[in-house]
Design a binder for this molecule. Structure first.
Ligand SMILES: CC(C)(COP(=O)(O)OP(=O)(O)OC[C@H]1O[C@@H](n2cnc3c(N)ncnc32)[C@H](O)[C@@H]1OP(=O)(O)O)[C@@H](O)C(=O)NCCC(=O)NCCS
Length: 157
């Protein structure tokens, strides 16, 4: 069973690889690209990989990585502490498809929740898309309650 440890900078390329493997079906940006055609100087995947790099840069002590017996990352969760509101936010979570369904996603989220508690946060927040059935069953099973639904619109200019 993989263990969970703190992120180190050498992990980033592998975390981005896992991101590229997993986020296609659950990306708002990709939905937009499919509907409107390509736009901007890069594609949805490049923007998503940049978002993961930014998560790791902004709060490396809040990024937790599941690794196999050879210390190779197989999943990750990124977090952001928001002390002004007492909210701990989980922007990104992914597990290599080869390792999914073994409880890693759940274990990573539990690690993030422990980090929020240790850091004095009062509430944890995470978003999921309607097109992501796993999120909608996993998050409530960890005690998250639905608080709102948002509809995203976009148009070509
Ligand atoms: C979401 C994700 C991280 C879960 O990782 P995982 O390691 O497979 O998660 P777990 O093994 O802990 O299983 C999560 C739960 O989802 C359930 N599940 C799996 N596939 C499912 C499906 N198609 N529909 C509903 N539930 C499903 C599992 O049964 C499990 O529930 P259980 O613990 O009660 O048995 C992984 O699927 C992933 O990387 N998805 C792509 C990226 C993503 O969606 N990220 C989250 C949005 S930010």
């Amino acid at each position: 069973m993989p263990t969970i440890r703190l992120f180190c900078p050498e992990d980033l390329p592998r975390l981005q690889e896992i991101t590229a493997l997993t986020f296609g079906p659950v990306s708002i940006d990709r939905n937009m690209e499919q509907l409107l055609g390509e736009f901007g100087p890069s594609d949805w995947q490049a923007r998503k990989l940049a978002a993961i790099a930014l998560d790791c840069e902004l709060q490396p002590e809040g990024v937790f990585v599941a690794v196999d017996t050879e210390d190779r990352p197989v999943g990750y969760v990124t977090t952001r502490l928001q002390p002004a509101s007492g909210i701990g936010w989980i922007p990104n979570l992914a597990v290599d498809p080869v390792c999914q369904g073994q409880g890693l996603g759940r274990a990573l989220l539990e690690r993030a929740l422990a980090f929020f508690r240790e850091s004095g946060m009062e509430v944890a927040k995470i978003e999921t898309l309607e097109q992501n059935p796993i999120g909608q069953s996993l998050y409530p099973s960890l005690g998250f309650q639905e608080v709102a639904r948002q509809v995203h619109y976009a148009r070509k200019l």
